[in-house]
Write a protein of this length. Structure first.
Length: 243
């Protein structure tokens, strides 16, 4: 299986770390092709970042389609441009937030989300409503740790992350934790051991879901919302999308 792992920000170091997490759980016959966005923000921490990054993400989706990949993973917890990516792709496109919510709901009655900046909380709450998991979430907590601080993890950053996870469990009633940033992916195992609850990382969750869809020969429906966009002419920087 050719698995296209897309980091929608432009941080090469984060892409490398995400790739390592994906490869650690991938089946032997799964080839993880990890790529970074070629233009856009260094990290995605606002609605503005999300929109700009989405354009680069769609360029990556098109390239992966041309290369004949079997599935795409959007490795950003905001699941940017997910619907548009599914319109363009002939194979499954999985966002890591949706993947994490799905798996957390299978191993707990109520899960908590621990994410990065306070500003991003509404984005997580929006996704919970969109995907239908709001009633299964005990709450969303912010560490106020910037995304890029997870590139070169310092002890104080880990302590702050773990502290918010503990609050989610003790104060909010979370029975599992969803990590709200792709950059946290390599910390899931250690946190699971120390917190004694399942800690779900969306990157690895998405890998296993992508492999399952591939083995079941299930692709995204091209009827209705995810049918291909109507061909049209584009001007300026997006002229390459012209039909």
């Amino acid at each position: 299986m050719e698995l296209h792992l897309i980091n929608p920000n432009t941080s090469q170091l984060m892409t490398q770390k995400i790739s390592e997490s994906a490869q650690s759980v991938a089946l032997p016959n799964t080839n993880v092709i990890a790529v970074s966005a070629t233009h856009g923000p260094a990290s995605i921490e606002s609605a503005f970042d999300d929109v700009i990054a989405g354009a680069a993400l769609l360029d990556a989706i098109r390239l992966g389609e041309q290369q004949g990949v079997d599935a795409h993973i959007i490795a950003c917890f905001g699941d940017p441009a997910l619907d548009a990516a599914r319109e363009l792709a002939s194979v499954p496109v999985i966002g890591i937030a949706e993947a994490a919510f799905q798996l957390a709901s299978l191993v707990s009655y109520r899960f908590g989300i621990v994410t990065t900046m306070q500003k991003t909380l509404p984005a997580s709450e929006h996704l919970l409503k969109r995907y239908g998991y709001e009633h299964l979430c005990s709450g969303v907590r912010a560490t106020n740790i910037a995304v890029l601080n997870f590139e070169d993890l310092q002890e104080d950053v880990y302590i702050r992350l773990k502290s918010e996870c503990e609050k989610a469990i003790l104060l909010d009633g979370a029975e599992a934790i969803v990590l709200g940033c792709a950059g946290m992916s390599k910390l899931a195992h250690q946190l699971t051991l120390e917190l004694d609850v399942p800690v779900v990382d969306g990157v690895t969750a998405a890998v296993k879901l992508a492999e399952s869809l591939y083995q079941l020969n299930l692709n995204t429906s091209k009827k209705g919302l995810y049918s291909s966009p109507l061909p049209k002419y584009f001007r300026g920087r997006y002229e390459h999308w012209s039909a």
